[in-house]
Ligand binder design. Structure first.
Ligand SMILES: CC(C)(COP(=O)(O)OP(=O)(O)OC[C@H]1O[C@@H](n2cnc3c(N)ncnc32)[C@H](O)[C@@H]1OP(=O)(O)O)[C@@H](O)C(=O)NCCC(=O)NCCS
Length: 394
C-alpha cells in the first residue's frame, strides 16, 4: 500500500472499529507506516484491508519473529466476497518473505479464522476484587535490600524492554513485543500508566505496570478509584514480595483492584482471602507460517528423531517433509526425503508448536496422523501443552 492510500486505510479502520481519530495525523500515519497494510481495491477505491505488524514472540521460551495480524476489515457492501481470504493469501506470502515463522491475532470470532489455518488458543483472564483485600498484602515483609522506584511508563521504554527480553521472553510462552515502535505509539500506549520497578543493588528484579483510574461520581468526595494492574513480572520471589507489598500500600485508596496475570502464576495464592470475579479477554488465534523455522531451536527434553510431513492447505497446499531431531537439548530441523513418521496439516503443526492442544487431541481433531507409538510418545515429551500469556494488544 502506498503512502497516498493511508487516508483511505484510516477511513476503513474508523468505519470498522470506531475510534476518534479523524483525518490521519502525522503520528497515526507513522503507526501505519511502521506496519504493512495490504488492501484490496475496486475501481481504485479501497474496500478491504489487513495489517501486518512485525513483532517478536516467545515460543516455548525462544524468541521468534511473529506476524501480528490486525485491522482485518471490509466495508459492509463488499463483505462475503472472499476479499479477506485473498488478502490473507498475500499476507502469508509476505510473512514467508520476511521470515516470520509464526503469526497471531485477536479474533472477533475464532471460528472465522479457522478457514485461514489459525487455531484457537486460551483466552486471558482479567480478575477483579475489592480493594479491601489489599490489606492482606501489608503483612508481607520484603527483603529491605529491595527498593521500589516509581516512574512514568512513557519514560521507561528502555527499562521495560530490557526486562521483557531478559525475563518475560524466556519465561512466558506467547509473550509478544514490538521491537520497533514509534515514540508516538509508545507514548500513546503508555498513557497514564505507571511502572513500579523493584531493584536489588540497583538492578531491576521486578516490574509492575499499573493505572489508577478515577470514576467521577456526582459529588467530588464520592469519586471512586480503582487500581488496574496491567502487567507484573519478577525475576525472583523476593522481588515479587516487594511488588506485592507496594501494591498493598494502596489499601484505603482504591475501591477495586483488577489484575491481568499469566494463567500459571495462580493469583489466588498471592491474595489468599480475595474472591475474584473473572472475565476472559483476548481470543487469541495462532498459526505456524513456516514449520521449519518455527520448530528450530525449541527446547527438546529428550533425544530422538522424527520425520514430519506437513501440508499447508491455505498456502497453496505447500508440502514439506522435515527431519526433526534433538541436538544439545534443542530441536534441529532439516528438510529430508525420508519416509514420514507423522503427517500434519497446518492446524496440527500450529497446535503442536503453540501447545494449544495435547497430541492426542490434535490426532482426535484429524489434524495429525501419527504412525507409531514411539513417535507419539516423543511428540508428547517435546510438545507439552502450554498456555499463552501476552499483554500486548495489536
Ligand atoms: C469480518 C470481516 C473482516 C469479514 O470480511 P469479508 O470481506 O466478508 O471476508 P471474506 O469474504 O474474505 O471471508 C471469507 C469467508 O468467510 C465468510 N464470512 C465472512 N464473514 C463471516 C462471519 N462474520 N462469520 C462467518 N463467516 C464469515 C465469507 O462468506 C467467506 O466465505 P465463502 O468464501 O465460503 O463465501 C468483515 O465482516 C468486517 O469488516 N467486519 C467488521 C470488522 C471486524 O470485526 N473485523 C475483524 C476483526 S478481528
Amino acid at each position: 500500500m502506498e503512502e497516498d492510500d493511508l487516508e483511505s486505510v484510516s477511513r476503513l479502520h474508523r468505519y470498522a472499529f470506531g475510534g476518534t481519530r479523524d483525518a490521519p495525523s502525522e503520528d497515526w500515519t507513522s503507526w501505519l507506516k511502521g506496519n504493512e497494510t495490504f488492501g484490496l481495491f475496486e475501481d481504485e477505491v479501497l474496500v478491504s484491508g489487513v495489517t501486518l505488524r512485525p513483532l517478536v514472540q516467545s515460543i516455548r521460551g525462544v524468541p521468534k519473529a511473529m506476524g501480528g495480524i490486525s485491522a482485518v476489515a471490509s466495508y459492509p457492501e463488499n463483505r462475503r466476497r472472499g476479499h479477506i481470504r485473498e488478502l490473507f493469501r498475500v499476507v502469508f506470502e509476505r510473512m514467508h518473505e520476511r521470515c516470520m515463522p509464526v503469526s497471531m491475532l485477536s479474533a472477533f470470532k475464532r471460528s472465522y479464522y479457522r478457514q485461514f489455518g489459525y487455531v484457537p488458543a486460551n483466552t486471558s483472564p482479567f480478575a477483579k476484587t475489592s480493594g479491601n483485600h489489599l490489606q492482606s498484602l501489608l503483612s508481607i515483609r520484603p527483603n529491605p535490600a529491595i527498593t521500589i522506584e516509581r516512574v512514568s511508563m512513557a519514560d521507561a521504554r528502555e527499562l521495560y524492554m530490557d526486562f521483557v527480553r531478559a525475563v518475560c521472553i524466556p519465561r512466558y510462552h506467547g509473550f509478544a513485543y514490538a521491537p520497533s515502535v514509534s515514540d508516538w505509539e509508545w507514548k500513546d500506549r503508555a498513557k497514564d500508566a505507571v511502572l513500579a520497578v523493584a531493584r536489588r543493588d540497583g538492578r531491576p528484579v521486578g516490574i509492575v505496570k499499573y493505572r489508577i483510574n478515577v470514576r467521577r461520581l456526582e459529588l467530588p468526595g464520592e469519586d471512586e478509584q480503582s487500581l488496574q494492574i496491567l502487567e507484573m513480572y519478577w525475576s525472583d520471589l523476593e522481588a515479587r514480595d516487594a511488588l506485592l507489598r507496594f501494591i498493598g500500600q494502596h489499601t484505603g485508596q482504591v475501591r477495586e483492584v483488577s489484575l491481568y496475570m499469566p494463567l500459571n502464576e495462580h493469583l489466588e495464592l498471592l491474595f489468599p482471602d480475595a474472591e475474584w470475579q473473572m472475565k476472559t479477554w483476548q481470543a487469541w488465534c495462532v498459526r505456524v507460517i513456516d514449520a521449519q523455522r518455527s520448530l528450530m531451536g525449541l527446547p527438546a527434553e529428550q533425544s530422538g528423531r522424527i520425520v514430519m510431513s506437513i501440508t499447508d492447505e491455505s498456502c497453496g497446499d505447500s508440502k514439506s517433509v522435515l527431519e526433526v531431531s534433538e541436538r544439545d537439548g534443542r530441536l534441529d530441523v532439516q528438510s529430508t526425503e525420508s519416509e514420514p513418521d507423522c503427517h500434519l496439516v497446518s492446524a496440527g503443526i500450529s497446535a503442536l508448536v503453540y501447545g494449544t492442544m495435547a497430541i492426542d487431541e490434535i490426532e482426535h481433531m484429524g489434524w495429525a496422523r501419527i504412525g507409531t507409538d514411539a513417535a507419539r510418545k516423543l511428540l508428547r515429551i517435546w510438545f507439552p501443552r502450554r498456555s499463552i500469556h501476552n499483554a500486548l494488544e495489536f
